[in-house]
Design a protein around this ligand. Structure first.
Ligand SMILES: Cc1ncc(COP(=O)(O)O)c(C=O)c1O
Length: 388
């Protein structure tokens, strides 16, 4: 485990007067507070009591049932698979890592990739090999090369939808190439999909179809999902949909981690799904985040100097900015924070923790009317540093 320089930087970003593009946090004013109030006050006393009790390790049985219906509606087959409710999807990643990884093993990831997964994998003393992304997703030559390097990797970890931090989405064609490649090698895929529902345009509903849904069980896929971005991260609820045998191993691992995920929020999540509250709420969320994304992209267009480039997300929370040669994200960060805007520096998402010429801007949390001011500050710092 490494003391995190990034965490130190982030402490600077917690001042209340700062426009923060740093945390991957939903906008608090978007939370379904009224729906949750209504659900809780409508629960019978016996269920309210259950909600405060320990529950079975795999999850609150009614939630498992409602989640099955939800996952089937998203094209996922449950045949030969089990659901394990986890304490956030980060726990699903952690448990999969605990089951598969020993010191010295290799994991192939996208580059850049999710900071939490990097930390979870590293805690098992493994070697991470990142493969760059292009506009269609993980770059295939590099992927194949890494998969075939010795020792053969134990896991491939991919985020096909609205990658954190890059905001990129894997094309259908690339998903099929990934399936063909992994199928021939029988390497386990850990597919992480917490932003699945947050596409901005209804026409992308097909595009986000999980690899697990397309692969038809041709090789083992552990699929991690989350309620964090579709209800709220304070629920601390996610899930792992994995082949029976793997799921049972993860369940055993979970018994010694936290025994069960919060029953209280599982009860609420079950009612949210079974009372049909999810779809209308997601419609509201997609509209709100699409507006924030449009606003940050417009501000970047208006204020960033030539030589700076960025991704154009179709959903999710993030824009990934590439700085011109010679600029360092930590220096841009320090000057920006002093003037009132924060983001996360690129090296947090580099599997090797080195390359630092990117910024991750999260547009989900700051109120829409502050986005332009924040971008103006960061762009001003970049312009000054380009002159040095
Ligand atoms: C790609 C990705 N995976 C997993 C998680 C973990 O989310 P949670 O544990 O809240 O479900 C996050 C959170 O930001 C994420 O961005």
């Amino acid at each position: 485990m490494r003391a995190s320089e990034i965490r130190e930087l982030m402490k600077l970003a917690s001042r209340p007067d700062i426009v923060s593009f740093s945390g991957g946090m939903p906008g608090p004013e978007l939370f379904p507070v009224e729906e949750i109030d209504e659900i809780y006050s409508g629960l019978p006393l016996s269920v309210k009591r259950d909600a405060l009790q320990y529950g079975p390790t795999p999850g609150y049985p009614p939630l498992i049932e409602s989640l099955k219906t939800y996952l089937k509606s998203r094209g996922l087959s449950l045949d030969g698979n089990r659901i394990l409710i986890t304490t956030g999807s980060l726990q699903a990643i952690y448990l999969t890592a605990k089951v598969f990884l020993d010191p010295g093993d290799r994991v192939v990831t996208e580059d850049p990739t999710f900071i939490g997964a990097i930390a979870a994998f590293r805690s098992f003393q493994v070697k991470l090999d990142g493969v760059p992304l292009d506009d269609d997703g993980i770059e295939m030559n590099g992927f194949v090369q890494q998969l075939d390097s010795k020792p053969i990797p134990k896991l491939a970890y991919l985020m096909p939808n609205f990658n954190n931090p890059a905001g990129l989405t894997m094309s259908r064609k690339r998903r099929i190439e990934v399936i063909e490649t992994l199928k021939r090698r029988d390497i386990v895929l850990l597919e992480d999909d917490p932003y699945h529902e947050l596409y901005f345009d209804e026409s992308d509903r097909e595009l986000v179809t999980p690899i697990k849904a397309l692969a038809e069980e041709s090789f083992p896929i552990c699929y991690a999902g989350s309620f964090s971005k579709m209800i709220g991260p304070g629920m601390r609820l996610g899930w792992l949909l994995a082949p029976d045998e793997i799921s049972l191993q993860c369940e055993i691992a979970k018994q010694s981690v936290d025994a069960c995920s919060p029953t209280f929020t599982q009860v609420l999540a079950h009612s949210f799904l079974s009372q049909g509250k999810l779809d209308p709420y997601l419609k509201r969320l997609r509209i709100a985040y699409a507006r924030r994304a449009a606003s940050i992209l417009k501000s970047l267009d208006a204020h960033m100097p030539d030589g700076v480039i960025w991704t154009k997300p179709r959903g999710g929370f993030y824009v990934w900015v590439t700085l011109p040669k010679g600029l360092d994200a930590s220096e841009v960060f320090t000057a920006s924070v002093n003037r009132g805007a924060a983001f996360v520096v690129g090296k947090a998402f580099d599997p090797q923790g080195i390359r630092n010429n990117h910024l991750r801007l999260s547009f989900s949390n700051p109120p829409e009317d502050q986005i332009e001011d924040g971008i103006r500050i960061i762009a001003g710092v970049i312009k000054e540093q380009m002159k040095k």
